[in-house]
Design a protein around this ligand. Sequence first.
Ligand code: NAP
Length: 296
Amino acid sequence: MKGNKQGAQMAKVAFLGLGVMGFPMAGHLAAKGHEVTVYNRTAAKAEAWVARHKGRAAATPRDAATGAEFVMACVGNDDDLAQVASGPDGAFSGMAKGAVFVDHTTVSAQITRKLATEAAALDLHFVDAPVSGGQAGAENGQLSIMCGGTPEDYARAEPVMAAYARICRLIGDSGAGQLAKMMNQICIAGLMQGLSEALAFGQKAGLDGEKVVEVISQGAAGSWQMVNRHKTMLQDKFDYGFAVDWMRKDLGICLDTADEIGARLPVTALVDQFYKDVQLMGGGRGDTSSLIRRLK
Ligand code: NAP
């Protein structure tokens, strides 16, 4: 890392995956002055990123990672992460010894620990760092980031993640960040169903939902989802970032993990099936607040 004019440490950073989340996150890194190289499977998105931000695009994760001190990833699921990290053209094969791979994808703790072990065998470092805060959090640089890894690796990666973090914390060893993200998703699943039921109930009762939410959001029922999503839920607009398909992936990870550790998730299991209904209604790319569609 080298200092910029303000004395902040600037790094050579690769960013893999320019989706709803990765595109703006990589943009914040460039805006802070880091030297950014992006990779996206669909090259057009990388070209669009380069047209908008300072930085360059690479053709493979390996090329993007060559010479980088930090490689950040935000792709889809376990298989996608394995592909961009340790596949034939994956980042690990291009990273220099000592470089840190920071994974912002929501994946299982198993794949995380497997890749962290592979990385260590290559003298690389691995931090799991899933995020919460949605598309708006990524665009505003206000994400909550929960991390797993060694304190040393976390301390190196934290100043880089600061470009898009509202809060960033080391929770524990490798995989602990992903387990924390599972807690986050378990909270959201039950909450989203409760909010959907309340809003659909209010509509059937003939109440002005916005008026009601203005009052109850400031009492004990208030939540981020209520404040940020009630208007669009009442208007049947469901194009606000976190896709139902991704939520089902996350809830699947939560339910598998609960089986492994002997935890019980009865409401999460039910809401997972409700999200399946939404997928069957053709709503897989709609945002998670579309749970209300089943009730209207
Ligand atoms: P997205 O818009 O669907 O973008 C996914 C990105 O991953 C795209 O750049 C895609 O490339 C790339 N990708 C997927 N599979 C790949 C593969 N096998 N090889 C290379 N690249 C691959 O998803 P997103 O909403 O940004 O979410 C990304 C991750 O963050 C997911 O794990 C999600 O659960 C998590 N997350 C999302 C949110 C949210 O609100 N959206 C919030 C928190 C966490 P292409 O462009 O070629 O498809």
